[in-house]
Design a protein around this ligand. Structure first.
Ligand code: SF4
Length: 421
């Protein structure tokens, strides 16, 4: 969207500044995300009460009428149109009545056509290879907000990554809503599932860069895929796995594609294949009917598999989903209590994992060369995603440097640039 606006000669300013048009890219994964969109609209109008406000993204796509009723919104733009936002921004009209915004929502079938030029950071580039999802997990509204699974053409992806590497990016993050369902005719060459085949081809591209996956469903963690990811010269030893629960019963009620045993087996297999693997995970607390035992099973998975970056959601009943209609909802306070326990379990794992890194060396991609020396500030991340603060950032002359780790402060590794750099 930023690229489209810049090409149309809009001047991009920080969201906290005065602007003529504010574009809010909304999320709807929880009720809290919906609330934050409404808050962002109010904040924008405080900067400039005369501004036009465009709300796009998943809340706009799923609840266009609710977005249009937010006072001051000029246009509600669906996910299929947002990459052409400049065209809509040119033709904005103020609603004739309050709460009467224009709505432009279509059935989701498209993929953004343009190649991206780059990102704010010059070190890490995000490459979307797949959009949408064909699953219908009972708690989720994202498959409705993003439409059915569609994959980018393989040649397009390879060209996009080649451009980024030539422009100096040292890391590419391969993104998708349901990444493992990536499929395209060009990729079906008989060498395994399409994502595996695509990753092999990306790994063969020339240039010095590392590859990270954004997140992956356990059902897609096949031995073939793990074998490809085990190449330490190309792939980051980090996986963010969409676990959700460790209880077979709850996974079934969520309509996930695996059970507890399968989940454990795949996480164990990932650890065997990928040396020094660090695990992050999406995990949910308090899904309807979740008993103390179901919850304990989830804590056990986080503990057993040594997940150090759990991204914990308290269950949020989304309108129109089957899970919202299940009679035995877990009380909100209990959901929050369980979420806090999951976060603490991850934190304990994390502290131990960070301590184990002391005395080792690694390659650091410098993302924030001027990070201030606050205790939790960091200059970049290692391939395993752990954050690092440099004691001598002035010596980091390139966007990727070797570092020697000698301590931990808060949740950040403390390191010096290797003398050989
Ligand atoms: S796989 Fe992910 S995006 Fe798809 S329905 Fe399930 S939770 Fe939603």
């Amino acid at each position: 969207m930023a690229q489209d606006l810049a090409r149309d000669r809009w001047k991009l300013v920080d969201s906290a500044e005065f602007a003529d048009v504010y574009v809010i890219n909304s999320c709807t994964v929880t009720a809290e995300a919906d609330r934050q969109t409404r808050q962002a609209v109010r904040r924008a109008l405080r900067q400039n009460p005369q501004a036009h406000v465009i709300v796009t993204g998943c809340y706009a796509q799923n609840q266009a009428d609710a977005c249009a009723e937010i006072p001051g919104v000029s246009l509600v733009l669906g996910n299929d149109h947002k990459h052409a936002v400049a065209r809509f921004a040119r033709n904005l009209k103020k609603p004739e009545r309050p709460n009467d915004a224009a709505i432009q929502i279509d059935r989701l079938t498209g993929l953004p056509p343009a190649l991206l030029d780059g990102f704010d950071s010059r070190s890490r580039a995000f490459v979307q290879v797949q959009q949408g999802c064909d699953q219908s997990c009972t708690f989720c509204v994202i498959h409705r907000a993003r439409g059915p699974s569609r994959s980018y053409d393989e040649a397009h992806i390879l060209r996009q990554i080649g451009n980024f590497v030539n422009a100096g990016f040292c890391e590419v993050v391969i993104c998708g809503v349901d990444l493992g369902s990536y499929v395209t005719a060009d990729a079906l060459d008989g060498s395994g599932p399409a994502l595996t085949s695509l990753l092999k081809k990306i790994a063969q591209l020339p240039g010095a860069f590392r590859i990270r996956l954004s997140s992956i469903d356990p059902v897609h963690l096949t031995d073939d895929l793990l074998a490809v990811l085990s190449d330490p010269d190309r792939f980051c030893p980090y996986l963010h796995v969409s676990i959700q629960s460790g209880s077979t019963l709850i996974l079934k009620r969520m309509k996930r594609r695996y059970d507890r045993e399968f989940l454990k087996d795949r996480l164990d297999a990932a650890r065997q294949h990928i040396e020094g693997l660090v695990l992050g995970a999406d995990v949910m607390a308090g899904f309807p009917t979740e008993s103390e035992q179901d919850f304990a099973d989830t804590v056990d998975i986080i503990d057993h598999s040594q997940v150090i970056y759990p991204h914990v959601f308290s269950f949020s009943a989304r309108p129109g989903t089957p899970a919202a209609r299940i009679p035995r909802q877990v009380p909100k306070t209990e959901r929050r209590r369980r979420a806090a326990i999951l976060r603490t379990t991850g934190e304990t794992n994390r502290r131990l994992a960070l301590q184990r890194m002391v005395g080792s060396t690694g390659r650091l991609i410098v993302e924030r060369p001027d990070a201030v020396a606050k205790s939790n500030a960091y200059h970049g991340r290692l391939a395993n995603y752990m954050p690092v603060r440099l004691e001598d950032p002035e010596k980091a002359s390139a966007s990727e440097v070797g570092v020697e780790i000698h301590g931990v402060s808060e949740e950040v590794l403390v390191a010096r640039v290797s003398p050989s750099e």
